[in-house]
Design a protein. Structure first.
Ligand code: URA
Length: 299
């Protein structure tokens, strides 16, 4: 006799799926893809048989399904973004970002923005952490699971390593402004698409314009390649200072690409290279008079 699965079996199955990267629920109702399918139509005579369209879905879920549907709290039940074309999304982002004059207004503009489809699957907007008056800006890639839960960049294991790296050159979150290229988590931490990056870029450019940082630390290949318009991988770009040219600022901003702490967690031997980058960044802070400011802020 086959025993029905126990609660422990379900928990093990869930754990296995999470480890395999399936850590987002994207439908309101569970779908058993292993359930027996209806028998396939006989293949003989198919060419002559009239093609039948599948029945249209019911206008509202049947009663039983309605009662099974998890109750989604109103704050998470968002309509799907309505802007479909990439250029429409970018134009909307540019319009919204242009009207924002402060970091808080940029945050509100992002809340109103419907052009990035990642918003529909994310739990929270994740825009920045740190000091909005800092002259040092750190730009990563995209929020992960913990960032999505807390609505703050770099709070998971990679963020904790980033904090330790910053501490070695006298920095902490009171002295830097930390943000990402993307403001909503890509499901399962997949790489963002070029269209998703392009739709969020006006908000990053606006943050840079408002903050006018003196130095940029570009964490990971995606932010380095996007902001510096380069195609090489991060192992080529890291440790080499480059000028970031903002479309509306007269002066370029010195930017240093470095290895992403998530990569360093997987490849600890590369921490040596990251350390070299940090020393170079500390020298630049010194040159810009930012090292004293950081020390003074530390008391
Ligand atoms: N990785 C990033 O690039 N950004 C985060 O906020 C977290 C992890």
């Amino acid at each position: 006799m086959t025993m029905p699965p126990s609660e422990q079996d379900f928990l093990e199955a869930l754990k296995w799926q999470i480890e395999a990267g399936a850590d987002e629920a994207i439908g309101a109702l569970p779908l058993d893809r292993t359930a027996a399918r209806p028998a396939a139509a006989p293949s003989r005579g198919m060419a002559e048989a009239p093609q039948r369209l599948p029945a249209p879905p019911p206008a509202s879920p049947p009663q039983a399904a309605q009662s099974l549907a998890p109750q989604v709290p109103p704050s998470r039940a968002r309509p799907a973004p309505s802007l479909t074309s990439a250029s429409e999304a970018q134009a909307s982002a540019q319009r919204l970002a242009a009207t924002a004059k402060t970091i808080e207004e940029i945050r509100r503009a992002l809340e109103d923005f419907e052009g990035c489809p990642l918003k529909a699957t994310a739990t929270n907007l994740c825009m920045f952490d740190g000091n909005p008056e800092a002259r040092i800006m750190i730009i990563g890639e995209a929020p992960g699971a913990q960032e999505d839960r807390q609505g703050k960049p770099f709070v998971g294991p990679a963020g904790q390593l980033l904090d330790r790296m910053l501490a070695t050159i006298g920095l902490d979150r009171t002295k830097v402004y930390i943000t990402n290229l993307l403001y909503w988590r890509p499901p399962g931490n997949r790489n963002p698409t070029p269209a998703e990056i392009a739709s969020c870029l006006p908000f990053l450019e606006r943050q840079i314009e408002v903050l006018q940082p003196r130095l940029l630390l570009l964490v990971g290949g995606m932010s380095a390649k996007t902001l510096l318009h380069r195609t090489e991988g991060i192992l080529k770009l890291r440790g080499r200072w480059a000028d970031y040219h903002h479309p509306r600022l007269e002066q370029p901003i010195p930017a240093l690409p470095t290895l992403h702490p998530a990569y360093l967690l997987r490849q600890p031997a590369q921490k040596r290279e990251a350390w070299r980058d940090l020393l170079s960044f500390a020298e630049a802070m010194e040159r810009e008079g930012l090292a004293e400011a950081a020390a003074a802020a530390a008391g």
